[in-house]
Ligand binder design. Sequence first.
Ligand code: BG6
Length: 506
Amino acid sequence: MNKPDNQIIVIFGGRGDLAMRKIVPALYALYIQKLLPERFAVIGTGRSLFSDNAYRDEIGNAVMSHSSETDKSRISDFAEAFNYLAVDPVKIDSYLCLRSTLERLREKISSGGNTLYYLSVPPALYEVIPRHLAAHHYNDQSEGWKRLIIEKPFGMDYDSALKLNTALLESWDESQIYRIDHYLGKETVQNILVTRFSNGIFEPLWNRNYIHHVEITSSESLGIEMRGEYYEKTGALRDMVQNHLLHLVGFIAMEPPSSIDSNSIRNETVKVFQSLRPIKPEEVISNAIRGQYTGAHVKGELLKGYREEEHVNPHSITETFAALKFHIDNWRWGGVPFYVRTGKRLPTRVTEAVIHFKQTPHYLFSQTRISEACNQLIIRIQPDEGILLKFGMKIPGAGFKVKNVNMDFHYSDLAEERIPEAYERLLYDSMKGDSTLYTRSDAVLAAWSFLDPVIKAWHDNHDIPVYGYPAGTWGPERADELIEEPELTWRYPCKNLADDGIYCEL
Ligand code: BG6
């Protein structure tokens, strides 16, 4: 792969949690793989005064603690590229000091003015930092390109996302804006496109004629950790569904793009989002289930309920679990329900998409349950990344007894290939100017516009219950009823571990 152009990377929130846990380790992995520019410099900013040397020590510690790269021998060379600058992001004059540092480093590494600004800051600053940067002409592309990476959540609903977008576009061009959704950086998510569009066998079956329903689960065993303040304002729907899970839906449901370039793929994603059938206010109670974890003993440990977590209102109705049933109104998917669910403090950390194919039109054999008569393609996003196809085989012996068996592929079988972290791929792409795996504004807005009725109903209508579920369980039982057909349930990853052959920890 080619190296990106020489450039300066400015990380706002350069000492924050995201920078230290994800961004810096990703940069280090790219460095080891020789995928960073020939010459590069990083400026980390923060509010407090700090020296370059102390910052470099922190960078080294971050790599030691959070990098999955085994070669740690080059940490000090890597950290040398880092510089620290105290900038108060809300004060316009505070940005003045950036100029001399940018100029000095530009000279030093011959970056020709190429600059990537990464906003690793709270959402309240997504509007103000780009505005102040522009006021000082730091977005000026007359010498070298200027790009802006913005973390999620991009807005809190349709109106706020539109407002933020409009504000950004006053001084930045859409082509300069990289809205990150780290799920798109996951190898297994990108592999959905490869599975679908590089194998002739799937495409003819990938539609309403053969697919019964699609199910996506993203569960986490962790709670909200130290993020009570953020989570209280966000909840599972905004935190996971509006972005990560809808993008999975987009990749699973999109039409084949005409090529693998940024616009073609993003055009197809947007078409899916725009075809999502809005959930009517009166349907929210039955098609969008929300839950909140309560305290329970899990593996001998007493886990707190959500309302007991730090910075959480003891009467909070913020959801830590969300499950939705919806439809995509187009020719390919007419009549095929999509089910998605996500939650904190569920039994395990697993993300997978399951394509449930229709059963044979007539049972010849002894399948006793519908689920045994249906093929399933399970796309395991994490952990034990891979793909599993379940299909019926004859049990040896008299008669025709059928058992579902697995044809499986595990990424771990790809010899010594290390699966890159999502942030590695995304940072590399933005440094190269490839926005394929970043979210375009029309997609963000379409996703919000689909979820707005649910957000509004959950906010306004207190008759819609927030079901409690004990930590360590699969969420409220009411979510099981979303899948209306008798004998069909959510797939419980790990429950049938012996049958499955794909790992997750219970
Ligand atoms: C983040 C959410 O975007 O994704 C977190 O804010 C969540 O709440 C995380 O834990 C999950 O990401 P992953 O890669 O661990 O599945």
